[in-house]
Design a protein around this ligand. Structure first.
Ligand code: NAP
Length: 282
């Protein structure tokens, strides 16, 4: 009997990653011959890891902080979407060559659609302009939503908007400007780290009151499962979505890249969600 093909997640730190739980649950449910491991890689040891992964016959890996951008020069091929974002979270290894993809972008759109929200023709107000914001903004724009970006550091918001200037714009990071932009928004997405344990809280959530009735409020954070932003939005009658669906869908798309198998995406996603629920994540 041959050993299962190896996959892993790399990062520093990475022990907290839920990727092994999610991926192994999908692999088992789909009956695939892979195993998914957790590989801490220190900053400065990326090249050594890549040599080892090739030598040990890894089929691929996911990358989290701090490697999403650092990987680019090592890749033999780059998906056009990942190239535009300048970041990869999924790398496939084929015949000793590395191919990079970004699955956060389609993953977020799939999470929205699963929640019954089709971005086409909608207006989104996006808070933040870091790595996750870039992927979410581009995903929304490519799915046909007009995106307004607000970030504490204005230049970073402008850089994200430059990815699709015909459909993205910026506004300033002030309660008044946020409230003005919220009036027209069908979707509000928090892509900042505000609300995450130990990362500080929004000083002012008054902009939520300006959202139209029924606007979806989404937070990329899933720990805690319900941030103050989501709690307040729900109390005001808005539908709310935390970061778990993104976590699941980016993993579903990554597994499809790794295996090349056209499996049932929803079936795989449901298996991942069930495994997360068993660990207390919902
Ligand atoms: P990042 O690149 O470090 O960006 C952090 C963002 O938060 C920046 O826009 C930053 O603004 C803003 N920010 C940080 N502290 C702030 C403060 N005190 N006041 C106002 N803005 C502040 O991080 P990232 O990778 O994009 O991740 C952002 C969030 O998304 C994190 O909470 C992360 O856990 C979550 N995430 C979730 C998933 C998922 O699968 N659900 C995936 C990726 C990320 P400046 O530009 O002004 O510094």
């Amino acid at each position: 009997m041959t050993a299962p093909k190896k996959l892993c997640v790399i990062g520093w730190p990475v022990a907290h990653s839920k990727s092994p739980v999610i991926q192994n649950a999908m692999i088992a449910a789909l009956g695939l011959d892979y195993e998914y491991l957790c590989q801490p890689v220190c900053p400065g040891e990326l090249a050594a890891f890549l040599d080892r992964a090739k030598a040990e016959g890894y089929a691929g890996f996911n990358a989290t902080m701090p490697f999403k951008e650092e990987l680019l020069p090592y890749l033999d091929g780059l998906d056009p979407l990942a190239e535009k974002l300048g970041a990869v979270n999924t790398v496939c290894i084929k015949h000793g060559k590395l191919y990079g993809y970004n699955t956060d972008c389609p993953g977020y759109v799939a999470a929205l659609r699963e929640a019954g929200f089709d971005p086409a023709g909608k207006r989104a107000l996006l808070l933040g302009a870091g790595g996750a914001a870039k992927a979410v903004a581009l995903g929304l724009a490519q799915a046909g939503a007009a995106v307004t970006i607000a970030n504490r550091t204005a230049q970073k918001a402008a850089a994200v908007a430059a990815l699709a200037p015909d459909i993205m714009s910026t506004t300033s990071w002030s309660p008044d400007a946020l409230a003005r932009a919220a009036v027209e928004a069908d979707l509000l997405v928090n892509c900042t780290s505000l609300g995450m344990e130990g990362q500080g809280e929004f000083a002012d959530l008054s902009f939520l009151a300006a959202l139209p009735q029924g606007a979806l409020v989404s937070d990329l954070i899933y720990h805690p499962a319900e941030t103050a932003l989501l709690r307040t939005a729900k109390a005001q009658g808005h539908p709310a979505m935390n970061g778990l669906p993104l976590l699941v869908w980016q993993a579903v798309f990554a597994l499809r890249h790794f295996t090349g198998v056209e499996f049932d995406l929803q079936f795989a996603g449901d298996a991942a969600k069930a495994a997360l629920a068993k660990e207390g994540f919902a």
